[in-house]
Design a protein around this ligand. Structure first.
Ligand code: AMP
Length: 361
């Protein structure tokens, strides 16, 4: 089978790498010919909404998926007319809009921060009065890795935030004074069977994921997170991998956002789980039995952002797996990652401290 992947970033690259042992072949669509996917498969170079490129992708593949959630909905819907397309178009549509996403969570009984849609300065004032300070103003669409966000701490912050973000549809959210951030990743197959990975704990800086620790176990939170994830997947009649990011606030999960795709916080599953999120995504969309999602040890995943550390020193660390996406260095760009797998959490944490010392401060 030949699988089309919209987007040829590192997630697409890792999907293809997981598919080769299953005798799958891949064709990417991306606006840039030198994206990481190009190292492992051909790329149709074109805009994501270019009808000719999309038609070619559909014509030359048996099944289409995507690796990032800013694929235009109309483009995916066009492909879905002639080829099976997973995850479903509707999941993509909802995940692109923070307001629709939070409204869905609310309808499915999944707790979220307080939120309000904001389309004018007057609505911003009313929303701040209703939700209270501190709060976070975000663009409803096209925000990722902390882009398109403004924190409001004092009443005098309103005007500046409006100036910075106003003019596009916005959402105001209550600030969550969380104890930690976690995410759950799971897969649902075409016949409705599901498997969930252990919750992992995520540390962000400047809105970008830096470190993931897995498993981040707590049986009660795991159960609640799996219930929430299954509810969303069942709602969409989903096939593929889905991620939900949560805040943990006073022992309770508060949903932040979802991603209808394989996720950066699941990179640890390549070496740290029985079956990786990438392989399970492929198994799910191809209608194959899903693989076990159990962790095989204690993992830490560290993103390499802006610069790569010395590869040989990383590889010399016990249980370290170095991934270099082959991208040109640029500030704020995810260039690679390392996953450490150890038998115990203490051993993992010791190696993690050594790895972090290899990174520029
Ligand atoms: P997002 O792009 O929504 O995932 O936000 C990026 C990061 O900003 C999150 O991982 C949190 O660390 C922080 N953040 C986003 N929304 C909130 C919120 N309502 N309260 C507190 N922190 C937030």
């Amino acid at each position: 089978m030949r699988i089309g992947i919209i987007g040829a970033g590192q997630l697409g690259q890792m999907l293809a790498l997981a598919g080769y042992p299953l005798a799958q072949r891949f064709l990417f669509l991306d606006s840039s010919a030198d994206s990481p996917g190009g190292q492992v498969g051909p790329i149709i170079t074109g805009a994501f909404d270019d009808p000719a490129s999309l038609a070619r992708l559909a014509a030359e593949t048996d099944l289409v998926t995507y690796e990032f959630e800013n694929v235009p909905v109309a483009a995916l819907a066009a492909v879905a007319k002639s080829r099976p397309c997973h995850p479903p178009v509707e999941a993509l549509r909802v995940s692109q809009d923070r307001l629709l996403e939070k409204e869905l969570f609310g309808r499915l009984g999944i707790p979220t921060p307080a939120f309000r849609a904001v389309d004018s300065l007057a609505e911003l004032r009313a929303a701040v009065a209703a939700i209270g300070l501190p709060c976070v103003l975000k663009t409803r669409r096209l925000g990722y890795d902390g882009r398109g966000q403004h924190y409001l701490r004092r009443p005098s912050d309103l005007e500046a935030a409006w100036k910075a973000l106003g003019g596009v549809p916005l959402i105001l959210e209550g600030f969550v004074d969380f104890d930690r951030e976690v995410s759950i990743i799971g897969a649902r197959g075409t016949r409705g069977e599901t498997r969930c990975y252990p919750l992992c704990g995520n540390t962000h800086r400047e809105g970008i994921l830096r470190v993931t620790l897995a498993p981040a176990t707590n049986a009660r939170l795991q159960k609640a997170a799996e219930r929430h994830l299954r509810r969303v997947m069942d709602h969409f009649g989903y096939a593929g991998v889905l991620t939900i990011e949560f805040f943990v606030q006073r022992g309770r999960l508060v949903a932040n956002e979802m991603a209808p795709r394989v996720h950066n916080s699941g990179h640890w599953t390549i070496e740290g789980a029985v079956t990786s999120q990438f392989e399970n995504h492929l198994r799910a969309i191809m209608g194959l039995p899903l693989g076990e999602t159990r962790a095989v040890g204690h993992s830490a995943m560290v993103n390499f952002i802006g610069t790569l550390p010395d590869r040989d020193r990383v590889l010399a660390l016990p249980g370290a797996h170095h991934h270099d996406y082959g991208k040109a260095p640029r500030q704020g760009r995810k260039l690679g990652h390392c996953t450490i797998v150890a038998r115990t959490a203490a051993e993992r944490d010791r190696t993690l401290r050594r790895l972090l010392r290899l990174l520029p401060r």
